[in-house]
Design a protein around this ligand. Sequence first.
Ligand code: PGA
Length: 252
Amino acid sequence: MKNIKGMKVYVEPSYEAMSRVAAQLVGAQVRLYPNSVLGLATGGTPVGMYKELVRMYKEEGLDFSQIITFNLDEYYPLSRESDQSYYYYMTENLFGHVNICKDHIHIPNGEAEDVDLECRNYEKQIQEAGGIDLQVLGIGNNGHIGFNEPDDAFAKTTHRVDLVEETIQANSRFFDSIDQVPKQALSMGIGSIIQAKKIVLLANGAHKAKIIAETIYGDVRPQVPSTILQFHPDVTFILDQEAAAELKKYEK
Ligand code: PGA
């Protein structure tokens, strides 16, 4: 583990190793503080981590019964029954396989009629749960965290976002065609994310190398939302070697 500007950075030899380290960190949180509030991410990156957490539940008795979760985001509009919804993803990858209580699970409602009310309520529920103890993040090639796209200001709280073309393109690999990718999403804000007590960001693959170096070493600015993590007191990056490749350019 390296310490770069106060941020912990793990560089692991493979996707599997990255996923195991991430599951160890999340698993330790669950073991030490069984009633933790976890912030959870979707996308391709954390699939291996969820697989390992399910294994830890089945083989090691990792207990999720008191855990509360808040997911970062959900497409809008999209039914939770759709197999492209993040609700569906979470059921498939984690919730359907561990002993989490259904009413402890929170994911923004992609079918909400009153979006502003849904966003306000989501934020309120996070506060009422006592805030997020550990937030898991992936990262977009453009530095988005959650669905907070590059912008002129950091979004504070849960809100509706217009997905940018690059994100729609990147996520179209999960859909039958690009036209099926929803154009909007409900996402926790950057403010909601950085209020988490601990943050763990995962990234793998050469296509993430540039944004990872920028996130860790670049100027903090809303045009690259992930750079805000430099201001957080407890951030851990867990990378595979490919995603870490451009850090060398900045290392003395
Ligand atoms: P990915 O998405 O894990 O599928 O690369 C990450 C993100 O867009 O946040």
